[in-house]
Design a protein around this ligand. Structure first.
Ligand code: AGP
Length: 364
């Protein structure tokens, strides 16, 4: 497919900059202010059925799996249903126990990823209820799923996923809010989340307006041979996704680790030549994250923080706007998409078509 680049040099750059509009689309027509919930017409799930869900299991690959990790946390936080995400490619090979009281959620931008499709087919063979969170309308996974949510990000051409990731995390916030409001999430908390969702497009624009600053940082870090990404709880999937983005598009080796696990091994790697990107949301774990940065500084590591306020322990901070704690992960990866993009540009990489990768992996 070839779509107009709209004045951008690459689709990746175009798609990063489309995110405020894309998020606007995933929200459009779905918010129900009267009852502080959302309408998800494609779900066919009444409140009684929603209350019978005992667990949520999310399956996807690559970036979609990372969006699922964020989704699982949102569902646990807002709906208090145990939830976790697993790579679909692993799930389908381990003869997993399929439970009729679990809601399975298959996540895929293209809707054609074979590992995800095969997992969905196996689940359906065993009588499970499967929802899809998909971008491409009418794709194989969308057709195979019992019901679902379209993420309405618009066509994504760059092999490296950006706007679909963001929209998928927003779709998960909608699902979590919907499930939460059939359970114990109060009207007040429903309202609070809705207000947070409404702020997202303007906050995304605010982040993207910092591009020049992020470009300069990318030029500084482009010489690194390897980078470490750390985050804790809400920040960890963000670190995972940011590290995948950097790897895919710049070919710089990157590893993501929970900040809490540093002392159990990776601290041994810290030296000036291994920069760390730290995801530091202004939530109840802020002090813990500061302590992790201190550990890194004490071993002369360099730190770039993504945070809601300037971090003294870090060498540099990309300050981004604060949303509700539960929704922060939607925004925290966006500056790091730009960091990956500008790093790749500095290194002269083939940004829209990284070596060895395909947009959708329709084979085993
Ligand atoms: C994203 O940047 C990657 N190229 C890749 O991990 C991708 O997310 C994965 O292959 C899954 O694709 P899907 O969302 O179309 O199923």
């Amino acid at each position: 497919a070839s779509y107009d680049m709209g004045g951008h040099d690459t689709y990746m750059h175009k798609e990063i900059h489309e995110q405020a509009d894309a998020v606007d689309r995933v929200l459009r027509g779905r918010i129900d202010d009267r009852f502080s919930t959302v309408h998800l017409g494609g779900l066919n799930l009444d409140a009684r059925e929603a209350r019978q869900i005992r667990r949520v299991k999310i399956l996807g690959c690559g970036t979609s799996y990372h969006a699922g990790m964020i989704g699982a946390q949102m569902i646990e936080e807002l709906a208090r249903i145990p939830a976790d995400a697993e790579p679909a490619s692993e799930f389908r090979y381990r003869n997993a126990v399929v439970d009729p009281d679990t809601l399975y959620v298959a996540v895929s931008q293209s809707g054609e990823t074979y590992d995800v499709l095969a997992a969905v087919q196996e689940l359906k063979r065993k009588g499970a209820r499967v929802f899809g969170i998909v971008n491409v309308v009418g794709s194989a996974i969308a057709r195979e799923a019992d019901a679902g949510i379209y993420v309405h990000a618009g066509p994504e051409v760059c092999v490296v996923s950006t706007k679909c990731f963001t929209n998928t995390t927003v779709a998960f916030a909608l699902l979590a809010l919907h499930l939460g409001r059939t359970r114990d999430l109060s009207v007040r908390d429903g309202k609070r989340i809705i207000e947070g969702l409404r702020k997202l497009p303007a906050q995304i624009t605010e982040i993207l307006d910092r591009e020049e600053e992020i470009k300069k940082l990318a030029e500084q870090y482009a010489g690194a041979r390897s980078m470490l990404f750390i985050g804790r709880v809400r920040g960890y999937p963000v670190a995972r996704e940011a590290s995948l983005k950097l790897k895919e598009v710049s070919y710089i080796h990157a590893e993501a680790y929970p900040a809490s696990e540093l002392k159990h091994g990776p601290l041994a790697l810290i030296e000036p030549a291994l920069p760390t990107v730290a995801i530091v949301p202004d939530d109840d774990l802020l002090e813990k994250n500061r302590a992790a940065m201190e550990e890194i500084k004490a071993r002369s590591g360099r730190i770039l923080a993504v945070a809601h306020q300037n971090q003294e322990k870090a060498d540099q901070t990309i300050v981004i706007p604060k949303n509700e704690d539960e929704l922060d992960p939607i925004l925290m990866g966006i500056p790091l998409q730009l960091l990956a993009y500008h790093t790749a540009l500095t290194l002269g990489r083939d940004i829209d078509k990284p070596r060895n990768l395909a947009k959708s992996v329709t084979v085993e």
